[in-house]
Design a protein around this ligand. Structure first.
Ligand SMILES: *[C@@H]1O[C@H](CO)[C@@H](O)[C@H](O)[C@H]1NC(C)=O
Ligand SMILES: *[C@@H]1O[C@H](CO)[C@@H](O)[C@H](O)[C@H]1NC(C)=O
Ligand SMILES: *[C@@H]1O[C@H](CO)[C@@H](O)[C@H](O)[C@H]1NC(C)=O
Length: 498
C-alpha cells in the first residue's frame, strides 16, 4: 500500500502506551512510602469503600431502570453521606485538594457533560463529586463493591459488541437528556477509552446525537511522575494504585468550560458537533488532536509473530474504510463473500468503477482515495485481493493467521495450493505495513532458492517454529536490522522518496 496523506505524521503516534520511568530519588521515595504511608492509606481507602457500600446498596434497592423515583428525605441523606465518604476516600488516595475552575451548569440547562481526556479510573473523581450518571460497560456492574457504587449513580450501560444494543444506549441517553433535568446529568467520556493524555483521540458521537447543549469539562493531572495513566499498554490497575498511594500529594484540576450550544447544522450532524467540541476542548487543554479512534487501538497494539510492523498506512486505510461505512457491516461472512468474489477475478486488475461495483458503493472522493492507495503502478488498476487482505487485517489485527489463511485462499493455485513468492511478498507487505519485502531469506531457509512457492500449511508450520519470523527471515525497507545503515545514508534512505 502506498503511504499518502499528510496526516500520517499524527497517525504514527500511539497514545495507548504508557511508559513509566523512575529516577533513583523516585525509587527511594516509593520504597520509603511503601513501608510507611502506603499501608495506612490502603487500609483507610478500603474501609471507606466498604463503608460506602451499604449506603449505595440500600439506595439502589427497588429502583426502576425507567422511572426516576421522587427524592425522599432519606435518599437525600444517603446521597450526602455517599458524597462525603467518596470525598474522604479520594483524600486518602492523596487527592487532598482538587482545583475546580468554572462552574457546573444545572441539570435543567445541560443534560450532558463531555469529559476529556479520559486516562484513568481516577477520572471517577468528578463523577463522585457530583453523583452524575455515566455511560459504562455492563461488566462493570459485577465488580465487587465498586460495582454497587457504580450502580448507585444509575449508569447507562453499553455492550460494545452488539450493534442493536449500541442503538439502545443512544436511545437511553436521548431519553434521559430530554427529561428536562429530572434525571441526573450524564458525564460522558466521548473518547470511549483511556489514552495517555498526549492528545485527544476521535470522539464517539453518542453524547452529541441528542443535539442538546453540552458542557465540556477538561481534566488535568499536573503531577511530575505520572502514576495516573491507565491505558492499554503499560502498568496495570493495581500497580498504579500502589504508585499513586505512594505519592505524598496527587494534584488534580477539573475545569468546567462554558456551555456549548450546537448550531442548526451541528444538531443535524452529530459527527460535526463532536468534532467541533473536540477542537474546543483540545484548545483549552493545549493538546494536539490525534486522529485515532478506540477501534484503531488494536491496530496500534497488534501482537504475535505476524504483528503489524508499521501501522501508519493501515491506520490511514482504516480511517478511509470507516468513512466509507464499511466498518459497521463488515462481518466475517461479508469477508468470506468478498474473498470468493476476489478469487473469481483470478488476479485480473480492476478499475475504480469495478471496485465500486465490487463493494456496492457509489464512487466518492473517499472511495477514490482508497483505490489510489492500492494503485501501485499508477495505471488506475488495482488488485482487489490486496484490498480484501488489508480489510481483514484492520478488522482483526490480532488474528493475523486468519488473514493469512484468507489471503492464501485468494492467491493459491487451484491444483496444488501453492502461492508464488512474489504474491506472498505482496500479501505480507500489506499485512505488516512494510515495503520492498524480500523473501529470499525465508525460501532459502525452507528448501533452497529453486522452489519459490509455498502452501499455507508449510508457511504456518514455519511461523510456528520461528516466533521471530519477521525479524529473522524477512527483509524490507526500514527493517530494524537495517536501521543503523539507513541512518548513515546521509538522508538517502528510501522512506524519504515519496
Ligand atoms: C504517550 O503517547 C505519545 C503519542 O501520542 C507517545 O509519543 C508518548 O511516548 C506516550 N507517553 C508515554 C509516557 O508513554
Ligand atoms: C447494494 O446496496 C443497496 C443499497 O445501498 C442494496 O439495496 C442492495 O441490495 C445492495 N446489493 C447487494 C448485491 O448487496
Ligand atoms: C538490509 O541490509 C542488508 C545488508 O545488511 C542488505 O543486503 C539488504 O538489501 C537491506 N535491505 C533493505 C530492504 O534495505
Amino acid at each position: 500500500m502506498k503511504a499518502v496523506n499528510s496526516r500520517a505524521s499524527t497517525v504514527g503516534r500511539n497514545p495507548f502506551i504508557h511508559e513509566l520511568k523512575f529516577t533513583m530519588t523516585e525509587k527511594i521515595k516509593i520504597f520509603l512510602m511503601s513501608v510507611t504511608v502506603f499501608p495506612v492509606r490502603l487500609l483507610l481507602v478500603s474501609s471507606l469503600m466498604f463503608l460506602a457500600w451499604p449506603f449505595a446498596f440500600i439506595a439502589s434497592m427497588g429502583r426502576s431502570d425507567y422511572i426516576m423515583e421522587p427524592q425522599s428525605w432519606w435518599r437525600r441523606f444517603v446521597d450526602v453521606c455517599l458524597r462525603a465518604l467518596m470525598r474522604a476516600l479520594w483524600f486518602c488516595v492523596g487527592f487532598h485538594w482538587i482545583k475546580v475552575k468554572g462552574e457546573r451548569a444545572k441539570p435543567s440547562e445541560v443534560p450532558i457533560l463531555t469529559m476529556a481526556p479520559h486516562s484513568s479510573y481516577f477520572d471517577a473523581i468528578p463523577v463522585t463529586m457530583n453523583m452524575c450518571s455515566i455511560v459504562t460497560k455492563l461488566e462493570s456492574r459485577s465488580i465487587p463493591v465498586w460495582g454497587t457504587l457504580i450502580s448507585y449513580i444509575r449508569p447507562v450501560f453499553v455492550f460494545r459488541s452488539d450493534q442493536a444494543s449500541r442503538r439502545k444506549t443512544v436511545e437511553e441517553i436521548k431519553r434521559r437528556a430530554n427529561s428536562g433535568g429530572e434525571w441526573p446529568q450524564i458525564m460522558i467520556f466521548p473518547e470511549g477509552t483511556c489514552t495517555n493524555r498526549s492528545g485527544l483521540i476521535l470522539y464517539k458521537a453518542g453524547a452529541f446525537i441528542p443535539g442538546l447543549p453540552v458542557q465540556p469539562v477538561v481534566l488535568r493531572y499536573p503531577n511530575k511522575l505520572d502514576t495516573i495513566t491507565w491505558t492499554w499498554q503499560g502498568p496495570g490497575a493495581f500497580k498504579l494504585l500502589w504508585l499513586t498511594l505512594c505519592q505524598l500529594h496527587n494534584p488534580m484540576e477539573i475545569e468546567y468550560l462554558p456551555i456549548y450550544t450546537p448550531s442548526k447544522e451541528e444538531k443535524e450532524n452529530p459527527v460535526l458537533f463532536a468534532s467541533n467540541v473536540r477542537k474546543l476542548m483540545a484548545k483549552a487543554l493545549e493538546l494536539p488532536l490525534i486522529d485515532l479512534s478506540f477501534d484503531d487501538r488494536e491496530i496500534s497494539l497488534s501482537h504475535g509473530p505476524l504483528s503489524i510492523h508499521d501501522d501508519s498506512s493501515l491506520l490511514q486505510f482504516h480511517q478511509l474504510v470507516c468513512r466509507l461505512g464499511l466498518r459497521a457491516e463488515r462481518t466475517d461472512s461479508l469477508l468470506q463473500d468478498q474473498v470468493q468474489r476476489a478469487r473469481d477475478l483470478q488476479g485480473e486488475r480492476v478499475n475504480l468503477q469495478e471496485v465500486s461495483t465490487f463493494l456496492n458503493l457509489s464512487i466518492t472522493h473517499t472511495l477514490t482515495e482508497v483505490h489510489s492507495l492500492f494503485d501501485q503502478r499508477g495505471d488506475g488498476l488495482i488488485d482487489i485481493r490486496l484490498f480484501v487482505i488489508a480489510l481483514s487485517t484492520v478488522h482483526r489485527p490480532s488474528q493475523a493467521m486468519e488473514t493469512l489463511k484468507l489471503a492464501f485462499k485468494m492467491f493459491e493455485s487451484e491444483d496444488n495450493g501453492y502461492v508464488l513468492e512474489e504474491d506472498l511478498a505482496a500479501i505480507l507487505e500489506i499485512m505488516l505495513g512494510v515495503r520492498e519485502l524480500d523473501l529470499s531469506g525465508l525460501f532459502s531457509a525452507l528448501s533452497g532458492p529453486e522452489t519459490a512457492k509455498i502452501t499455507y500449511a508449510e508457511l504456518h508450520h514455519f511461523i510456528e517454529q520461528h516466533p521471530h519470523f519477521v525479524q529473522d527471515y524477512l527483509d524490507f525497507e526500514n527493517h530494524p536490522r537495517n536501521f543503523s545503515q539507513t541512518k548513515n545514508c546521509n538522508g538517502l534512505s528510501h522512506s524519504k522518496e515519496d
